[in-house]
Ligand binder design. Structure first.
Ligand code: HAM
Length: 411
């Protein structure tokens, strides 16, 4: 027997990648004030049809929906934002200090055609901040996703940002766009033509060359933004500029979920093939209310863990994490090596001690094979720190954790 199509087993050697991603991302989000939340793997189908939107691909063809045996329709969660909005209302989180900052990591389910980077059960790591519509929060979330991707070894990502404006202006725009598509119907694919009324925006996603030509000249949503939406967006981009994050403004950025308002963004990696989206998200200022809760603004993102792993292949996340192996040169120095590793761990660094009595040469090889970045060699009179990334070696004053941290903390 085999695992179902589009699913996979995570064996021990791959599991360590998941654990490292969880630890590194959790560390960054935790330090930024985000608390971890877990919601059920399945929810009332209604939550997703109302939240994500009936006309989206996710709801119209990708959900695993079943009767729970008691006549209630349930669905394996295809995404995490609607469940978190449900939990926010259900637990009265609007009474807490706002914004409420949350993060999650877990399995999600979409009945898609499996291919590289696209699965039917996959993992997402995500962050959501509810209860404020301030543009600084949009910038905070985008910066955090950039930090997370960098920390787990995904390099060279491109960031696109755009604004979808308010639902009212978008409705006006849809009418205009649908009119334009109808005028050019003869040049569109059948799929796009069939969705002129239900979801004309998805025409921008088409890969058909003729349809793309039509879309190049299509009216743009950016021209329909009202002054408040435009000002909100320019504050977001000004803050991204202030922290030096590079991005392109994409006036045709559509995401496959209906709940977005104002800011939307997506990180893509050239290391991934057709499924180049590593992570993305946006603002959803109407979603909590749409699900029956109090009027609450919100913004968030999710990144695919398998896509992170694919895009960072060959990069050792543990080494990124500054792990140190402390090696005693003689049996008398074991206690020192042991103590320093413990102090380093308490200071938040990865550290372990060579306890099996390997020779220095064998210990260096072992450190390299197990993904350590640094080796602290503890001798009788002196200690030195070797950086395995470039082979350089520095003599240290005393064999203590502080002198090690002063070296590796700078990296
Ligand atoms: P999404 O763009 O549908 O957004 O998914 C986020 C990420 O999950 C994608 O960028 C991709 O890396 C990964 N992903 C999606 N589908 C698959 C699949 N079939 N196989 C592997 N990876 C996949 C959302 O889900 C929104 N909830 C994000 C959000 C949070 N917006 C606001 N807050």
């Amino acid at each position: 027997m085999q695992a179902p199509r589009g699913t996979f087993d995570v064996l021990p050697e791959a599991e360590s990648r998941y654990a490292a991603i969880e630890r590194i991302c959790g560390g960054i989000l935790g330090r930024a004030g985000y608390g971890r939340i877990e919601t059920p793997a399945f929810e009332s189908t209604d939550l997703f049809t109302r939240g994500v939107g009936e006309a989206t691909d996710i709801v119209s063809k990708e959900m695993y929906t079943f009767d729970d045996g008691g006549g209630r329709s349930m669905t394996l969660r295809p995404e995490g934002t609607a469940p978190i909005c449900r939990a926010y209302s259900e637990h009265g989180m609007h009474r807490l200090q706002q914004p409420v900052r949350l993060w999650y990591m877990g399995s999600f389910f979409r009945h898609e055609n499996p291919q590289a980077g696209r699965f039917r059960q996959f993992n997402q790591i995500g962050a959501e901040a509810l209860g404020s519509d301030q543009p600084a929060l949009d910038a905070e979330l985008i910066v955090l996703l950039a930090e997370v991707l960098e920390a787990v070894g995904v390099r060279g990502c491109e960031l696109r940002v755009g604004s979808l404006g308010s639902p009212e202006r978008r409705a006006e725009y849809r009418v205009e766009l649908a009119g334009y598509l109808r005028e050019n119907a003869g040049r569109l694919t059948e799929d796009v033509r069939n969705r002129i009324d239900s979801n004309p925006l998805r025409a921008f996603d088409s890969s058909d060359p003729e349809t793309r030509k039509v879309m190049e000249a299509a009216p743009r949503l950016a021209d329909f933004l009202d002054a408040a939406d435009a000002a909100h967006f320019s504050e977001v981009t000004a803050l991204l500029d202030a922290v030096g994050i590079r991005y392109t403004v994409d006036t045709a950025l559509v995401r496959g979920l209906d709940y977005y308002t104002r800011t939307v963004f997506e990180f893509t990696s050239p290391a991934l093939g057709a499924q180049s989206g590593v992570g993305g998200g946006g603002r959803y200022d109407r979603l909590v209310e749409m699900l029956g809760g109090p009027q609450t603004a919100g913004i968030g993102w999710a990144a695919g863990v398998e896509r992170i792993i694919l895009a960072s292949e060959g990069i050792d996340v543990e080494a990124q994490n500054q792990a140190v192996l402390t090696v005693p040169l003689t049996a008398e120095r074991l206690a020192d090596a042991f103590r320093i590793a413990s102090e380093l761990r308490r200071a938040g660094f990865g550290a372990s001690t060579e306890v099996t009595g390997r020779s220095l040469k064998a210990a260096l090889k072992h450190a390299d094979k197990t993904g350590k970045r640094w080796v602290l060699i503890v001798g009788d009179e002196e200690a030195s720190l070797k950086d395995l990334s470039d082979g350089s070696q520095t003599e240290l004053e005393g064999p203590d954790a502080a002198s090690v941290i002063s070296m590796i903390g700078r990296e």
